[in-house]
Design a protein around this ligand. Sequence first.
Ligand code: FA5
Ligand code: MG
Length: 437
Amino acid sequence: MRCYSHGYSLLAGAHHRSFSSAITSKYPHTLEILSEQYSTDEITNVTPAILSKIPLRIHTQTGHPLSTLRSIIESHYPDFSHISSFSPLVTPFKNFDELSFPKDHPGRSVTDSYYINKELMLRTHTSAHEVEVFSKGEDKWLLTADVYRRDEIDGSHYPVFHQMEGARLYNADASGMEEVKEDNERLSRHLETSNIVIQDIPHISPTNPVQQTHDPVHSELIAKNLKLSLNSLLLRLFGGSKSEEPLRVRWIEAYFPFTSPSFEVEVFFRGKWLEILGCGVVRQSTLDTSNVQGKIGWAFGLGLERIAMILYSIPDIRLFWSTDKRFLSQFKAGEIKMFKPYSKYPSCFKDVSFWNPQGSVPLHDNDFCDLVREIAGDLVEDVKVIDSFVHPKTNRSSSCYRINYRSMDRSLSNEEVNELQKSVITRLTDVFRVEIR
Ligand code: FA5
Ligand code: MG
């Protein structure tokens, strides 16, 4: 399955009609979210499982690992404003247009994002608040929030997760650049003590260009400041590791509509490179929209769960939502401690194969994942596509998915899993009109 990001997507430019609209008839005329009523319409696709997460705000619950991680990062940037109270309901304009997302960006589609109605959606990233915060005249800020994306189901992807946005602006003149240089020298000295292995790349390259309105010397200094600042954060977070292998971190080139040059950082974790953040030099158009003049700066957006999984050795992203005492009682505010898995319960795999309705686009993976989550919630560990093909004679398309049912807290009985699977099949045929094979 694909991994959607706010930069490139393998599906860039593609339009995906969603089956979500097929379930609108199931929606009441209004939905209550954080004590307010919102009307639904033909694009409403937010599910009850998702809505139930909105009031939880686990990134602010004292003692929760995400809250501790937030505080540690905030303490690393003591002179920045720390914001964590913004509502997740935003207009598509704020989430995408204000940040120069092209009109056909796949992130806008109902298969990738959750919509309350045509005018309102759940933010898909914390960057949605950049213009709002810059407009207030803030030059140094961190903003932590829950973000929502229709995504695949597996150990490191969850449809609700937490990001922290950080940004810093400098005056785009000689005195501002002096300040950047001084900061770069301070950070470089600090990083000499680093015990983590950092693979770097050039700050600027032909494929990762300076913006036309920027002085290349300024842009270079800012990109360097961004990298040094984040490397120093990574040293703060991972530098104390007692494991024998030094932590490996690499910088790679990236693309985001609202930064240039742009980068991503990956950390080598459990035998794989895991992406933990995206960042870059802020597009001048974002600052223009915010009525900020004569400044240049950087922004980053990091995934709190991904970093917490590494720091606390938490093996599955679903655990962050656990209310089990065996999970929550292991953590204390301000303290990073290895998580001790209390038990690993057995998996139960179930396959389902079906023919998509004649003459229609195949069911989207994200529609399938949301359907499974609606029925089985966090009892699903992951969902994989194991086969899909088009019949050469009838032209009908067929899909086969494998669902891995596994609870983090207990053993599931055969009967229970069979019941869940039966409901998945009923919902598939009732709502999406597929024909089970
Ligand atoms: C963004 O969301 C950009 N807004 C980041 C950014 C901010 C770029 C400011 C430039 C300037 P991306 O889609 O790559 O980018 O997500 C950022 C991070 O969120 C990822 O690196 C990852 O750590 C985390 N993340 C993304 N999707 C998921 C998911 N489904 N589950 C958990 N974490 C995720
Ligand atoms: Mg990314």
